[in-house]
Design a protein around this ligand. Structure first.
Ligand code: BGC
Length: 394
């Protein structure tokens, strides 16, 4: 087992934390999730509200990450703020994100931005969402609008966060399935649109910003075949994540977002690796080494595309368990790299305890946040993980 130190990963390795816009900013009034959360009979258990007020406290968040030793910072641009009404582009919102990019660079953090992380402007959603005939065209217009933010010094762009989860939302929201021990099969129509939107966005950014590194982040869990069930595991993974991974061919990186895994039996059904394993606060099996397993599969499915772990973490109220989980995950990542996977970086989800899509209970953060005062309270895991950042060779 590798003992972890700042030398475990190579100099130049991206060492980051990740947050998402809607989950941390607060009062994302023009978005479809905000609308849904605030309906009288909302199926969303707890609303995002002020979230953790990162819209105003972003500087504090950057400071925490930079002082802990991180070198990279992934955050979201919120389309519903950039274009809160159909056709109205908010100059003030653009300036806001320009300031964050400049602030990150001033702190020595390389910015990676996510363009679409589950939330959409309400006008886009209400007008048919990704089923609109002009959906991709409107996404590209949004991309054009955020050019000043990208020009401020963004290094990497994630076009879409977890397109495969976007494509299971209709099934999850109907209550027909949960995200534990495997995911439901993504909607084939949405799968096609997500891939189309990504390819179109990459092409547009190659034209307008050839210097940017562009990719997307796929939810990839560690699907391990039971003895003799290799073909079944492959068929299980194909529509759930591999079709999205194939679509990353030619990109500058593929983002891998791993939390857990499952065993795929000869019957093609996903079950827990070990029914006696603890469950995390999201109900997922506690499987730190899932990260290495997922990365090995990604390297096989999209050879030649550099991998960045754009999310990995654990929902727990016990910070010692977070350190235990992350230690196991990083050791498995190092092993995957030793076996040949071309991994360029690791972003921990999340910098902050934030709104977990309808729930405040599952805490993923390296930093706790007092929800009345918004005071940030670093947990021991922040300094521990930041301390593992590879240092430049002297
Ligand atoms: C998402 C995050 C989420 C995390 C933990 C990913 O699916 O990108 O928004 O908070 O996993 O559930």
């Amino acid at each position: 087992m590798t003992d972890l130190s700042s030398k475990t990963f190579p100099a130049g390795f991206l060492w980051g934390t990740a947050i998402g816009a809607h989950q941390s900013e607060g009062n994302n009034l023009a978005s479809d999730w905000w609308y849904r959360e605030n309906q009288p009979d909302s199926p969303v258990a707890e609303r995002s509200g002020d979230a953790v007020d990162s819209y105003h406290r972003w500087q504090e968040d950057l400071d925490l990450a930079a002082k802990a030793g991180f070198t990279d910072y992934r955050f979201g641009i919120e389309w519903a703020r950039i274009e809160p009404a159909d056709g109205h582009v908010s100059r003030a919102a653009i300036d806001h994100y320009v300031r964050i990019v400049e602030g990150a660079i001033a702190q020595g953090l390389r910015p990676m931005v996510t363009l679409y992380h589950f939330t959409l402007p309400l006008w886009f959603s209400a007008g048919g969402s990704w089923g609109r005939p002009d959906a991709i065209e409107r996404f590209l217009k949004y991309l054009d609008a955020v050019a000043p933010i990208l020009d401020a010094g963004v290094e990497r762009v994630m076009t879409i966060n977890e397109p495969n989860i976007v494509a299971v939302f209709p099934i999850l929201q109907s209550g027909a399935a949960e995200l534990a021990d495997g995911i439901p099969v993504p909607d084939p129509g949405l799968t096609k649109v997500m891939i189309g939107a990504h390819r179109a966005a990459v092409a547009r950014l190659r034209e307008t910003h050839p210097e940017l590194k562009v990719g997307w982040g796929v939810s990839v869990q560690d699907y391990q075949p039971a003895a003799g069930a290799e073909a079944q595991a492959d068929s299980y993974a194909e529509p759930r994540d591999q079709v999205f991974l194939h679509a990353a061919a030619g990109d500058d990186f593929v983002g891998v977002q791993t939390y857990t895994g499952a065993r795929i039996g000869a019957d093609g059904v996903a079950t827990a690796f070990d029914t006696s394993s603890p469950r995390t606060l999201t109900g997922w099996e506690f499987t730190p080494a899932a990260l290495g397993g997922a990365v090995v599969r990604v390297a096989r499915v999209v050879p030649g595309v550099p991998i960045i772990v754009t999310e990995n973490g654990v929902a727990t109220s016990d910070d010692a368990q977070r350190i235990e989980y992350t230690t196991g995950a990083l050791q498995s990542l190092r092993t995957a790299m030793d076996a040949g996977a071309d991994v360029r970086g690791y972003f921990h989800w999340s910098l902050l305890d934030n709104w977990e899509w309808g729930h405040w209970g599952p805490t993923f953060g390296l930093v706790a946040v007092d929800r009345d005062t918004f005071e940030r309270k670093p947990k021991p895991s922040l300094a521990w993980l930041g301390g593992l950042a590879p240092k430049a060779a002297h």
